[in-house]
Design a protein around this ligand. Sequence first.
Ligand SMILES: Cc1cc2nc3c(=O)[nH]c(=O)nc-3n(C[C@H](O)[C@H](O)[C@H](O)COP(=O)(O)OP(=O)(O)OC[C@H]3O[C@@H](n4cnc5c(N)ncnc54)[C@H](O)[C@@H]3O)c2cc1C
Length: 463
Amino acid sequence: MLSSLHIRSSQIPRASFLDLAPTSRPEPVSVDIRHHSPAANGSSYDAAVIGCGPAGLRLAGLASARGLRVCCVDPDPLSGWRNNYGAWVDEFEEVGLEECMDRVWERATVVIGGGREGEKDLDRRYGRVGRKELKTKLLEGCADHGVSFHKAKAWTLDHQEFRSKITCSDGCDIWASFVVDASGFTSPFMEYDKPRDYGYQIAHGILAEVDSHPFDPNTMLLMDWRDAHLDNEPYLRANNEKIPTFLYAMPFDSNLIFLEETSLVSRPTLSYTEIKKRMVARLRHLGIKVKRVIEDEKCLIPMGGPLPRIPQGVMGIGGTAGMVHPSTGYSVARSLRLAPLVADAMAECLGSTRMIRGKQLYQRVWSSLWTAEMKGERELYRFGMETLLKLDLVGTRRFFDAFFDLDPHYWQGFLSSRLSTKELAILCLSLFGHASNPSRLDIVTKCPAPLLRMLGNLALQAL
Ligand SMILES: Cc1cc2nc3c(=O)[nH]c(=O)nc-3n(C[C@H](O)[C@H](O)[C@H](O)COP(=O)(O)OP(=O)(O)OC[C@H]3O[C@@H](n4cnc5c(N)ncnc54)[C@H](O)[C@@H]3O)c2cc1C
């Protein structure tokens, strides 16, 4: 897929694509939504959802379709989402939203590098999420079932025995029997009872018009771990050997491409400046001249860490509530897939005949999402992240070399959070079995602490 370009990288020039300002912003969506009436101040909804990202809108639409009166609070419900989301096409097909992908690649590829030059062809379709299409579709689902929207920031939450009050930045109060926090990673509303020892994915991405690029427009590049672009950059090379970054690329045609230099996971976080420098060196090495930056994105995703305290008086969904895959940073497809479970539990409790409220309600809804099985699986995914955190460039390459040689059921299931605890255990054993001897040594010598912690947490959950 890649042409063999070997342009020598010398000193990184000061002038680069980093000096180019993005020329466009995500377009707002146009859906006729119902606005919360301030005259209704004091009247109560069944559920209020804080945040109109993918997770919040999906849940609001599903809950309202089940007959609940729902209000969404967001500073700008109709604004365009900024993040350039990607996902496996089968994940969107599973939730019937595949028409919301605006570009699909029939294949993806992984380049390991470091003596394992062969590309690994992944026979699985990958797509870029059409942000406008997805947001429009989810908002229409909300509009069809009468969801109200309030354009403001949620400031504070006050839980009373059978209902909660959201005080908003404009002074308005929204009352609801149940509040869902879908406000993303920076939420102040979730409570934790364990230290939040996140790893962080950090990346710099650009959607750019380029003179040319060496990628096949029919294949997306999931990861390229090669480091020849750092040959003349001893400082960057030494750092990359310790905390490696890879290139992720979605080529749209021969002149339009999304490129992202990504640190899969680091703790403490690799600096953003370093990521950008590595990207400049990489593009220079690949002979990619950026003519125009159409959009750029700074990506910082907290991964792993503990789950919020379960249960608590506000339900969490999406980035705020431990749903980010601890080893990949993805969460959109998972939130879309799991939201119906939460909506069902909400409808069962809040629906007019049952009237389950307060602590019983919180317990029922939280455990619809985080069953004992799901918590156990998450511990295994977290162990995957802790393992990746310990690996240097050589170890990371060995890991992915073995990972993508596994039976596709396992690597695909792992990436999509679809494996059962038993399957995850088989994956771990099989990965260990497939791994080279140095790779096994890495796992045994570098990961005993996370391994013990995972076993401890699994044992606690089993009690
Ligand atoms: C740059 C970037 C790229 C990513 N790419 C991918 C990807 O390709 N694939 C993938 O699966 N995941 C990706 N992720 C990870 C994750 O899926 C996204 O962060 C995703 O947007 C999380 O969705 P969400 O609905 O939980 O929260 P968000 O999308 O963050 O939405 C939260 C919403 O809540 C609103 N809000 C925040 N605070 C308040 C408040 N106090 N009151 C009211 N509203 C509030 C915000 O304005 C926003 O509209 C990416 C993350 C980033 C940062």
